[in-house]
Ligand binder design. Sequence first.
Ligand code: GLN
Length: 681
Amino acid sequence: MSKEKISQLESLRAKSKREADLFFSLCENGQNFVESKKLKEALDHSGLKSNDNRLQSLFKRLEAHGDKIVFEDFISIIRTSGLLVEKALRGQLALPDFIDFSKNLDKIFDEVKKLKAGELASYIPPLAEVDPDQFGIAIVTIDGQIYQRGDSLKDFSIQSMCKPFNYCFAMEEIGLEKVHKHVGQEPSGRQFDDLTLLARTVSGNYTGEYAKDNLEGRFSRVPFNPMVNAGAIMTAGLINPEDSYTQRLRHIRQKFGGLIGWTADDSPSAEMPRFNKDMARQENFKGYNNIAMGYLLMATGSLPHTKTDLHKDIHPDEDEFDFYIEPAVTEALKLYFSICSLEMTATDVAMAAATLANSGVCPISQNRVLSQKTVRNCLPVLQTSGMYNASGTFFQEVGLPAKSGVGGGVLLVVPQLMGVCIFSPRLDQQGNSVRGIEMAKRLTSKYLVHTFDGTMTDTSRLDPKLPIARWLANSCGEAIWAASNGNIRTLESLVSQQRDLQTGDYDIRTPLHLASAEGQFEVVKFLLDHGVKPIPDRWGGYPISDARNNNHKKIVDLFEKLDIKYTEPFHLVENPKGKTDKIAKFDDELMVIELLFAATENNVDNIRHLVAKGVPVNAGDYDMRTALHLAAAEGSLEAVEYLVSHGHPLNVRDRWGATPLDEAKREKRKSVVEFLVKYKF
Ligand code: GLN
């Protein structure tokens, strides 16, 4: 990069470092503009969609603007969407490493697709006749990043996935306490359509307005919870009971619309779930069990109804009489069947689940649809009862609030992170989608999203809230820096956290190497006492070589006493007296390690995020290794190109004097060698 260009950049930084860093992360070769396509590409990689409402004015301005965006325009353009774009560019959205996350999910999806077990729901034709091979997944984060795969945009019957939402709608209208006069919060341990009710003790002063009929005995009988059929018929019955069926259904569709991003300005039906009337009729026609349940709820007195007197006999002179069916029962059932027959795509359902994950605010419209309190009260019941009689196992294994439906959908809520919906119509014995359950299981075995994972130190699973490079940096960085600075206190606390002090970095440099190089005798002893074994680094060097090279005799003696055959490291330094460029210092040491891991992994998005956060491209670690050394050694060509085009100097030298070009040569990275040689001359 020319001197003149560097000073341009410096003057931008002087104006506003934060904004200049953002700008710089996207412009190449010291240019003073950002290409419009680079900005679009960065947004796409962040998982935000171009049809995202929140980005519409930004895209309009980009269309109107030419290809080259200078600093002032860049800042005013990204400001049109508040902090969203800035967060995306800095890798601060809910899933910071969206591309890596997507790749992992793609892999899981392809494996699970092979599963063909299970049967379609057969009780009504519209469910029995769907294509059994359909399979889709959608994930929406609380920041509105969207992952989609397979049949993620096909409408299907939401069936029981409506239940947590009915429960929320009912709570929004009459409050938690009133709702729970009619339905319990207890896991049932039974099939979803079981007719058993929860017998509960009613306190002496129980005078609930709908429970008058039920005060003779000491027990009130109510559905176990809102997630089994009985409970869902009940919650449906609690939503605006005074209104007509049509008004109620419309109200509920609008509420669902709100959950999936519908706003009052949209055309009325654009974002509302479709109603499949034929499905509802069939549900009614074959719904003997549900109809029985409706009457049972009436019989216990817990179903809301207005008491009417027996009509006057309209056949006074005949043996004929007008058969009475309680309208409160038929209305609750009709509404329940109708809500089960709403159709949504996996993407819609994932959005609704993301609204729950986001404490009631729809991530895309940013509208509050449910109160925080409602969501907070719904999720525990969803967690303990959402998967019917498989809820306990599911909780232990997957550990997430979840709900399935016989239409083949499974929704999962990862609170404060994301909503997930998997759709695949073949069901297991409990009526849960076979592939849906399997996807859910694999999601938690790959990622630390189980409610009780806490901060696990198990590095074989990933924290989706961290970029992979940060995750790797956390697994070793702290211990290595502590060892190199002689900070035994930190090492002690890492030991009690059961952290592995033998874990090496991208060069397999371990705490023992750094303690030896820096002459930290006490640390070396501490590590050996804690069972840490000396292992060779990337170049075959053991810690003893570090101690020797730096004349730390006492440490050399310690290692010589161990019964280990040490090999000598091989470092290639072609021109030790050649030019040496400066390595930058950066206070946040873990961010430096993250940068070097990102370079190792050839993760250009991650490197770009760190640059946008202000990490200098040429920051060095405890061995004066830089991102370019690592990208070169690993043959990560894209990373090499990005670093060089963002001003990374070529002649940086590590602890042993090696430059990135030396490293590329030693590891025989042909394309990187070619690139660096060409760039140099
Ligand atoms: N409509 C179905 C029923 O009421 C819903 C059940 C389900 O999806 N588990 O039986």
